[in-house]
Write a protein that binds this ligand. Sequence first.
Ligand code: AMP
Length: 512
Amino acid sequence: MDSLQAMPVCSPTMALQLLKTCHATSKYLKTIVSFGGVTNDQKEEAKNHGLSIFSWEEFLILGGDHHVDLPEKTKSDICTIMYTSGTTGDPKGVMISNESLLVNLAGADSVIQSIGESFDQDDVYMSYLPLAHVFDRMFEEVFISHGSKIGFWRGDVKLLVDDIAALRPTVFCAVPRVLDRIYSGLTAKISAGGFLKKTLFNLAYKLKLDSMRKGFKHEKASPFFDKLVFSKVKERLGGRLRVIMSGGAPLAVAVEEFLRVVTCAHVVQGYGLTETCAGSFVAIPNDFSMLGTVGPPVPHVDVRLESVSEMGYDALSSIPRGEVCVKGSVLFSGYYKREDLTQEVMIDGWFHTGDVGEWQSNGSLKIIDRKKNIFKLSQGEYVAVENLENVYGVLQEVDSIWVYGNSFESYLVAIINPNQQALEQWAEHNGIAGSLAELCENSRTKEHFLAELAKIAKERKLKGFEFIRAIHLDPLPFDMERNLITPTYKKKRPQMLKYYQGAIDALYKSTK
Ligand code: AMP
């Protein structure tokens, strides 16, 4: 910030927060614009620190009739510095040019046309992504360019259904964590239904799934059961939903399959990074073979896989696997003031994403690993934790899991956010009483969790060193308040280690 003067345009709450920083930031901060009203006291306080604060209405008429010619724009001008989510360290300022944004917008339009979709002013795009996320930014630009409406949820998962009912979206874009919640909510409601309802649902699900697997489009797969059974799900999601897009992190196959069958909407995954200005891959709707993949590359990028020999991934083997590299005018212009980091990831014009992909025979890509999140255990075995977290995360008992190990230890431990409903049901069946926090401390609960983890590890044929040997159950979900996750719900691993260091040490001590 040393050469910058900042003029934040922000919410009234943020404006108040910024005012509190004045004593330390007034060297850079000269003007604040609040979308809400501004009181005389706040104006006075700002003035005392040598800065000005305006409400949006005041700001709009500041210039009066004074005419100013806008500076000429060029393709290479930076239009946004967007900060990455900071999963591997400090967030980096990704510089995005006018050209990157525009090429992506044009590309998104060609993808939309190629799947026979179109959007207009009757469409409502509802975003479940944090505003500052590149996926949301791109989507908003796309929908603004089509004259569609944009709605925002209130940020509270418990109010999600009310928000949907109020906005009746036709398209929504979410991070998997939000879709996981919708999935858990719907499956819990179905399980709580009577025997007949459940049997009918299961039958309808199986038959529709079979038809979709055979290649029928979702709207043609089972119109009868759509009307009889799935229309209720559709109504719960506002009744008008046509497209659900997941991005920002991997979506569990079980969740994707379920939503594809029951929502009567296209459900697709997209993949990209802030550095690639959002979606570089988008799955083709209604192509069931793309389930669990992020689809083929979009037309406006070049992609290739690069072998990662230390992880055993060979880009030239019969099933090509390797680091996903992207080239094209969509790419970012560099990290703000971090030329060193830019050079690490930009090699011969190819942006190295750090994600490991596997080409599928239908031309789509599956993200199978992340180069950045591997470590060696003390016996020399490499562990890719994200992969393991995806395996263990499908357990009904587990809301979220952070798997930990390091090169000084020979086995893995984990911190788990249990699913309250599943845990309470299990406790009731087993005659164990207590609050959620007490259940988390109970040794029988921990044994139960370890047994479930071992069961799924065996089922998925994990290697011995990939089994979890000890767990700590945290009743509080990993949250942004404790700085444990990013706004897109990605785990901030260094911060998690700092926060749970005591628990981790105790786990290793208890198992030695
Ligand atoms: P960000 O720049 O904050 O959007 O983070 C980009 C990272 O999110 C990528 O490097 C991937 O690790 C992850 N990511 C995004 N979309 C997906 C997806 N569909 N499947 C798996 N990982 C994803």
